[in-house]
Design a protein around this ligand. Structure first.
Ligand SMILES: NC(=O)c1ccc[n+]([C@@H]2O[C@H](COP(=O)([O-])OP(=O)(O)OC[C@H]3O[C@@H](n4cnc5c(N)ncnc54)[C@H](O)[C@@H]3O)[C@@H](O)[C@H]2O)c1
Length: 253
């Protein structure tokens, strides 16, 4: 098993890519702290892992709030005694619109969920990783950074920040044997894409985008991102830090 004896925290694990990652990590032997602000989704993920013979707990967390991320690390330590892997996967597209029409509160919230949460994870999880001789932080960016799209300024710029932050953290934390990488999904079949589809113009845009994906003209499956994250989380990636692993079906999208 590729994550035997490891403890992994996964944010946004109540749905989509986070949930798929929780399943894959647990199957590979990790004990998983499932963090989400959606309690029902988080608990479903935990129930499924337990039903499959794995070990998991749910910890209600709003990753945009420092005290809640602090509590997430504390609760994981209390239950499992260490944090080897912290997967900053939670993200949001709520409140997106053309830049000049964006509400300031929506802009701040999106940046807090997508970017500031990574700062919180470092602040609270890195000291615990240091105590056990190292660890792994994985951040979720997005390949949308390579595809300027009207109405997505806040989201795309936040994901650009995630990639830049990942590279700096990889250097800052290397002396502590903490590897920091990000994964950049292209269009992936999750609730987030369903949300985007609610807008008829975006639904049309999505159809065109999918038709341009050379590998199968289909959306990426959440499990395909989870397996990329698994590689980064595992000891197989022991010399890999500061990278952005793009999973896009050769589309560049
Ligand atoms: N689906 C795609 O096409 C796609 C493409 C590129 C990147 N991504 C990124 O992948 C990540 C996972 O998204 P997904 O596609 O699985 O979407 P999803 O909507 O299925 O899952 C996102 C999860 O994050 C949780 N979440 C949102 N805000 C939170 C907060 N403040 N605190 C804690 N949890 C919170 C939600 O409750 C949900 O369970 C996100 O970072 C997203 O930006 C997705």
């Amino acid at each position: 098993m590729r994550l035997a004896n490891k403890v992994a925290v996964i944010t946004g694990a109540g749905s989509g890519i986070g949930r798929a990652s929780a399943y894959v990590f647990a199957r590979e032997g990790a004990r998983v702290a499932v963090a989400d602000m959606n309690d029902a989704g988080g608990k479903e993920t935990v129930d499924a892992i337990r039903a499959d013979g794995g070990e998991a707990i749910f910890i209600h967390t709003d990753v945009s709030k420092a005290p809640e991320v602090k509590n997430l690390v504390k609760a994981t330590m209390e239950k499992f005694g260490k944090v080897d892997i912290f997967f900053n996967n939670a993200g949001t597209v709520e409140g997106l619109s053309l830049c000049e029409a964006m509400e300031e509160a929506a802009w701040d919230y999106l940046y807090a969920v997508d970017v500031k949460s990574i700062f919180f994870s470092v602040k609270y999880a890195a000291p615990e990783m240091r105590k056990t001789g190292g660890g792994v932080i994985i951040n979720t960016a997005s390949n949308s950074v390579n595809n300027p799209t009207p109405g997505m300024s806040c989201y795309i710029s936040s994901k650009g920040a995630v990639i830049a932050l990942t590279r700096v953290l990889a250097v800052e934390l290397a002396p502590d044997n903490i590897r920091v990488n990000c994964v950049s999904p292209s269009l992936t079949d999750t609730a987030m894409v369903k949300y985007v589809k609610q807008d008829p113009a975006m639904a049309e845009w999505l159809k065109t985008m999918v038709s341009r994906i050379p590998l199968g003209q289909r959306l990426v499956k959440p499990e395909e991102i989870a397996l990329a994250a698994l590689y980064l989380a595992s000891d197989e990636a022991s010399m890999t830090s500061g990278i952005n692993l793009i999973v896009d079906g050769a589309s560049g999208l």
